[in-house]
Write a protein that binds this ligand. Structure first.
Ligand SMILES: [Zn+2]
Length: 424
């Protein structure tokens, strides 16, 4: 029998988790900041480090054809089903050290915590190759391969250097014809993902850990106000059809509308005025709108109201408006049983859990289409992410590890979990 992990061991291990995140942050495409996009050269070094940490655990890491690094810690017997634990290893430009990466490093630390103990399920650690969508403008290339939804169309997509996803896979030394083999078999009981919250909610509540019940749905669209460009000196104020003034009025109304609708977030993230000169009244403005909510009904209604509002604003000012939907993604509910188990495990680790909705997309959103999935959030100091100031607290990492170990223990004893029917 192995000796149970002492608190002191766990603190040291949590410190090592942070040190490993530091180590992986050195593998970057940019000299003075972290950027590691899908299958970029530094990803080789990142994989080598991950494989090196898995090896002493008896886990041999393998790459699948989508560039995900995967390693299986065997279960009690050779026919054990498996539980996946992972997150992503790619980053945004000028990234922090923890988004995604922490989830992979924590998964390895959990295997170390098991200290050779075998569970009635195998644990597959997964470091996804692509989640952020930076290189090809499409997120989740890694996790899509596990659900068997990395379609040929996506493989032909090209980055700014005209390199296709297929080329990138080949240049990395992988065989794109084997992508189908990356798909999960029907022996997966669950997917678990640890991730920094990337927002201020847990910190505001003074909680260390959160359990994610759902990931918000989102709508993205572009909107245009069409007025009349004219001379800024000779056109009286009552004879103008100023597209930028209309857009400004509408933008403020969008903010107000979101503030008045519980949990709705709406963002105008980009704006372009034409012709864009100091002495010309703007004749055309193009804006983006991003609307998110956990309820698809609330989100859809908000989008309808906001586009109607744009139309009314335009009409009132003698302009017209047009809009075009770019993305429409429904909210994803995570697995209720796992959410309850995580809540229990967080409490047993001495923390008060907080049930929450993720406002960002994550690999769990994709995996949830195929297998019961759940996420644990670690508090983000200052609510900051996608920035070098991104951080995580040592004591929160310790609690996350304690929660993870307890969760695995609970699941190992749960007939309800083990008896779950595998995916069809
Ligand atoms: Zn992430």
């Amino acid at each position: 029998m192995s000796v149970p992990t002492t608190i002191k061991d766990r603190t040291a291990r949590a410190r090592e988790v942070l040190a490993r995140c530091d180590a992986l942050a050195r593998f970057s495409e940019d000299a003075n900041s972290l950027r590691r996009t899908f299958l970029s050269p530094p990803m080789h070094n990142c994989h080598a480090a991950v494989a090196g940490w898995l090896k002493p655990l008896g886990v041999s890491a393998k790459m699948d054809a989508a560039g995900n690094i995967r390693g299986v810690y065997a279960g009690a017997d050779s026919v054990s089903p498996r539980v996946l634990i992972g997150s992503h290893l790619d980053t945004v430009p000028n990234a922090g050290k923890y988004d995604g990466i922490l989830g992979v490093v924590l998964a390895i630390a959990l295997l170390e915590e098991l200290d050779g103990r075998r569970l009635p399920f195998a644990i597959e650690v997964v470091g996804f190759s692509e989640e952020e969508g930076v290189r090809f403008g499409v997120p989740f290339i890694g996790s899509r391969a596990l659900t068997g939804r990395l379609d040929p169309e996506l493989l032909e997509r090209r980055d700014r250097n005209a390199i296709s996803v297929r080329d990138a896979i080949q240049q990395f030394g992988l065989d794109d014809r084997r992508i189908g083999e990356a798909a999960l078999a029907n022996d997966v009981l669950a997917y678990l993902e640890f991730h920094i919250e990337q927002g201020p909610v847990l910190e505001r509540l003074g909680r260390q850990l959160g359990v994610v019940e759902a990931l918000v749905g989102q709508t993205r669209l572009t909107l245009r106000f069409l007025g009349r460009a004219n001379h800024s000196g000779t056109t009286p104020m009552d004879a103008r059809r100023d597209a930028l003034a209309a857009a400004a009025e509408w933008m403020v109304a969008v903010e107000l509308h979101a503030k008045q609708t519980p949990d709705l977030v709406a963002t105008v993230g980009s704006i372009e005025a034409k012709p864009g000169a100091t002495n010309v009244i703007p004749g055309e403005v193009r804006l983006s709108l991003d609307v998110r909510h956990r309820s698809d009904e609330v989100r859809t209604r908000a989008v309808r109201e906001l586009t109607e509002l744009a139309e009314a604003t335009a009409t009132k000012r003698g302009l017209c408006s047009q809009w075009n939907t770019l993305l429409e993604q429904n909210a994803v509910q995570l697995d209720g049983f796992l959410v309850g188990q995580i809540e229990w495990a967080i409490r047993a680790s001495g923390c008060e859990p907080h049930r929450m909705t993720s406002g960002a997309g994550h690999d769990a959103m994709i995996l949830a289409e195929e297998v019961p999935s759940a996420m644990i959030f670690l508090r983000s100091p200052g609510g900051i992410s996608h920035d070098p100031a991104e951080a995580v607290l040592l004591e929160d990492v310790e609690k996350a590890m304690a929660t993870g170990v307890r969760l695995l223990g609970q699941l190992a004893l749960s007939q309800e979990f083990l008896g779950r029917k595998n995916r069809a």
